[in-house]
Design a protein around this ligand. Sequence first.
Ligand code: NAD
Length: 255
Amino acid sequence: MAQQIPVIIITGGAQGIGKGTAAHFLDKGWRVVIFDQDAEAIQACRQDFSNPGNLHLIEMDVSCESDVISAVAGALQWGGRLDSVVNNAGLADPDTGPIEMLELAQWQRRIDINLTGAFLMAKHTVSHLRQSQGSIVNMASTRALQSEPDSEAYAASKGGLLALTHALAISLGPDVRVNSISPGWIDVRAWQAHAPANPEPLSASDHEQHPSGRVGTPGDVAAMVAYLVSPEARFVTGQNFVIDGGMTRRMIYED
Ligand code: NAD
């Protein structure tokens, strides 16, 4: 029997890291389903990707359970199978201001999208992933491990994702592997639908403060996603992988 083309769902895949990851998997010949809440960004994807036959786009909100249920059903109907899920959708700006001013609704929105969305996606895809012996990758952040001021909601949502990752790995093994990636500074402006056409170039010091010598790209993260969902990673589950050009290993003291 001919081997079937694998199918991957990427949430928040219409822009940024998710879009870069979608491009990577389309180049590898996978069938890619993008879930995203931004209609304009979805429309831009239709024009930007040259292989529409392998791409399916669904507008939805990962924090809404009925949206997740119908989007997963749509993905299965289109793809006929499901091999991997990348829970990447998120409100990516960590700064929510001083804790005294942080509204409960603002806190809740970060948790609902960045953390509860990944739970809902796991809940409603796991039966299909079991059939394919597939895997889940959760997009966390180095902010799960270290902080700047005024980022409590974001940090808590990403720290929760690391815990959700190992809890799921233990519950779903050996059928389904679950890992997370913690990106550092990834320059996504060229991959966003609403970014200015000619964004200011990053400065030399932006790059040089990274031990790797540069700021990251969506392609750097996509390469790790590709490894984690591949058979080469069959002994890897419940882990978090930091992709930050070495920044979290750098000790910084004021002069
Ligand atoms: P981005 O804003 O470019 O892309 C995020 C995408 O998620 C957007 O297309 C947006 O429409 C979608 N989205 C947001 N809420 C959604 C919802 N409720 N339902 C469905 N889709 C939704 O951001 P990015 O920088 O590419 O970040 C992607 C992920 O990586 C996020 O989880 C972010 O926290 C994480 N991350 C990013 C960086 C970075 O430096 N860019 C660093 C660490 C972690």
